[in-house]
Design a protein around this ligand. Structure first.
Ligand SMILES: Cc1cc2nc3c(=O)[nH]c(=O)nc-3n(C[C@H](O)[C@H](O)[C@H](O)COP(=O)(O)OP(=O)(O)OC[C@H]3O[C@@H](n4cnc5c(N)ncnc54)[C@H](O)[C@@H]3O)c2cc1C
Length: 435
C-alpha cells in the first residue's frame, strides 16, 4: 500500500461514520507497510538528500517529523520546540473537573529520536527567514534547511485592560493556566458565577468552548448546585454541532447555563473580574476569558500571514506550501484552510505535507487529490459525550479541501459509550503522533 492509498484508506474508514476507526486503521496500515508489528528504528541519515527544519513539536509538527522520516528517503529532519515535553490541549478541559491530571497530558520526544531518527533542538525560535529556509533561536543559533515546516499553533489578541492574565485565564493552551483555572473553580463560592467567553471564528477547536461549558455546568450541578455559568459567545450562534449543544445548553444544563450571543468584549477590569461588553458589564467570580486568535507574531514578521485579514497563513493544500514563500510550509492551527483548527486535522495536514515533501525530494509532484478527516468527541456531561466527524477532499476548481457530506456527520445525542470511545480515540491519536 503506498502513501496515497494509505491516506485514502484512512479517510475511507472514517467515511463509515466511526470516528474511532479512522486512527486505529491508520496505525495498522502504517505498521503493515513497514512489514513489522512494531515500528523499525530509523537512524538519522548520514548522507542526507535534503534537510527539513520543523518549528513546533505539537500535534502538527511532531506528526510531520515522524512521517517524513518514515516516508522520505534519507531526509534529515530537525524538530525545534521551546519545551522538551508537549502538553496536550485535547482532553485538558477534564483537568478542570478533576477527571484528568496534567501529567496524563504530557508527551515527550524520545520515540521521535530513537525510533525515527528525528533530531530535536529545544529553544525559543525568535526569527524565521521563509525564503532562505532559516530559523534563528534565542541565543543566536541558526538552523538552515532546504525546506521549513512551521507548526507553531496560535497566539492570542491582546484584551484591553487585561494587565494580569492570570486573573482571567484562557486555559486555551494547556499548561499552568489550566491548573490555575481548575483551582479558581474549586475555590469559587457555592452560589458563585462563572463566566466563559467564546471568541469569534476562526479559533482553535470549534466545539471546545461549548464542551468545556457543558463540563463545567455538570460539575457545578454536582459540586455547587446554586452556582451559575454565563457563556458569552462572540458568534451569532453555536458554531458547530448545534443540535447537541443547543439541547445540552437549554435543556440538560438550562438551570446552570445562561447563553448570550453576539457579545463583543471591549475591555476588562481584572481586579473586579468585570468584562465590559456591547451588552453591558458582566462580573464573574471566575472568568475563563478565551481571546480571539491568530498565528504567532513570528509568522507575521516573516510576511507569511496573508489570509483571514492577516491572522493566518495562506497555503496550497496540496503540499501546505505558503503562498507567500513556497519553500516554507505551514500546517496546523497557524494555517488558513477550510478545515477546522483541530489536533486531528493538524495530524492529517502533517501527513499530506510529509507525503508532498517526500515526493518533491524524489523529483515528483504532490498528490493531486488528497483527502483528510477529523473526528471530535465533545463532553456533554462528566461521563457522556457526543461526536462529530468530517471528511474533506481536494477540490481542484476552488483549490481547497471541500467537506464530503456523505462522509461527515454527528452523533444524535450523547452517551457513556461515546465517552469511553473518546479515551480510546485520544490514545490512538497521541500514539500516532508521539509513539
Ligand atoms: C481545551 C481544548 C480542547 C481541544 N480538544 C480537541 C479535540 O478534542 N480534538 C482535536 O482534534 N483538537 C482539539 N483541540 C485543538 C488542538 O489542541 C489544536 O488544534 C492542535 O494542538 C493544533 O496543533 P498545532 O501543531 O497547530 O499546534 P500545537 O499543538 O499548539 O503545537 C505548537 C507547538 O509549537 C511550539 N512553539 C510555538 N512557537 C514557538 C517558538 N517561537 N519557538 C519554539 N517553539 C514554539 C509550542 O511550544 C507547541 O509545542 C483542543 C484545544 C483545546 C484548547
Amino acid at each position: 500500500m503506498d502513501r496515497r492509498q494509505l491516506l485514502r484508506a484512512v479517510a475511507g474508514a472514517a467515511a463509515g461514520f466511526s470516528p474511532l476507526l479512522a486512527l486505529a486503521d491508520d496505525d495498522r496500515k502504517t505498521r503493515r507497510k513497514s512489514g513489522s508489528s512494531t515500528p523499525q528504528a530509523l537512524p538519522a541519515p548520514t548522507s542526507p538528500k535534503a534537510r527539513v527544519i520543523v518549528l513546533g513539536g505539537g500535534m502538527g509538527g511532531t506528526t510531520l517529523a515522524k512521517y517524513l522520516r518514515m516516508w522520505g528517503d534519507a531526509v534529515d529532519v530537525t524538530l525545534v520546540d521551546r519545551n522538551p515535553s508537549y502538553t496536550s490541549c485535547i482532553m485538558s478541559s477534564l483537568v478542570l473537573t478533576g477527571q484528568r491530571s496534567m501529567s496524563s497530558l504530557a508527551f515527550g520526544y524520545d520515540n521521535l529520536r530513537t525510533r525515527y531518527g528525528v533530531r530535536t533542538v529545544f529553544g525559543e525560535v525568535v526569527a524565521i527567514d521563509p525564503v532562505a529556509c532559516r530559523v534563528t533561536l534565542q541565543g543566536g543559533t541558526v538552523l538552515q534547511g532546504d525546506r521549513l515546516v512551521l507548526a507553531p499553533g496560535i497566539a492570542f489578541d491582546e484584551v484591553p485592560g487585561l494587565t494580569q492574565p492570570d486573573a482571567m485565564p484562557h486555559a486555551w493552551k494547556a499548561g499552568p493556566q489550566t491548573s490555575l483555572l481548575a483551582r479558581q473553580l474549586a475555590a469559587m463560592p457555592t452560589n458563585g458565577v462563572a463566566v466563559l467567553t467564546i471568541p469569534a471564528v476562526p479559533y482553535r477547536c470549534p466545539p471546545g468552548p461549548y464542551e468545556r461549558a457543558c463540563l463545567i455546568a455538570d460539575w457545578l450541578r454536582l459540586r455547587k448546585p446554586q452556582a451559575r455559568l454565563i457563556v458569552l459567545d462572540a458568534n451569532p450562534d453555536f458554531v458547530t454541532e448545534k443540535d447537541n449543544f443547543s439541547r445540552a445548553f437549554f435543556d440538560l444544563h438550562g438551570r446552570v447555563i445562561e447563553y448570550r450571543t453576539n457579545v463583543i468584549i471591549d475591555s476588562v477590569d481584572p481586579t473586579s473580574r468585570t468584562l465590559f461588553t456591547n451588552g453591558g458589564a458582566v462580573r464573574g467570580d471566575v472568568v475563563n476569558l478565551i481571546p480571539r486568535q491568530r498565528a504567532p507574531q513570528l509568522l507575521a514578521d516573516a510576511g507569511l500571514l496573508n489570509a483571514t485579514g492577516g491572522r493566518f497563513a495562506a497555503v496550497d493544500v496540496l503540499s501546505y506550501a505558503s503562498t507567500a514563500a513556497p519553500s516554507t510550509h505551514v500546517i496546523g492551527d497557524a494555517s488558513a484552510t477550510t478545515q477546522p483548527k483541530a489536533g486531528h486535522i493538524a495530524n492529517q495536514e502533517a501527513k499530506v505535507c510529509a507525503d508532498a515533501l517526500a515526493r518533491l525530494f524524489a523529483g515528483g509532484s504532490p498528490d493531486p487529490a488528497p483527502v483528510t478527516n477529523s473526528a471530535c468527541y465533545s463532553t456533554i456531561t462528566m461521563s457522556k459525550a457526543s461526536w462529530l466527524h468530517a471528511l474533506y477532499q481536494y477540490d481542484a476548481a476552488s483549490a481547497s479541501m471541500k467537506p464530503v457530506a456523505a462522509g461527515s456527520g454527528a452523533s444524535v445525542g450523547w452517551n457513556g459509550d461515546h465517552f469511553e470511545d473518546m479515551g480510546t480515540w485520544f490514545t490512538a491519536l497521541m500514539a500516532d503522533t508521539f509513539a
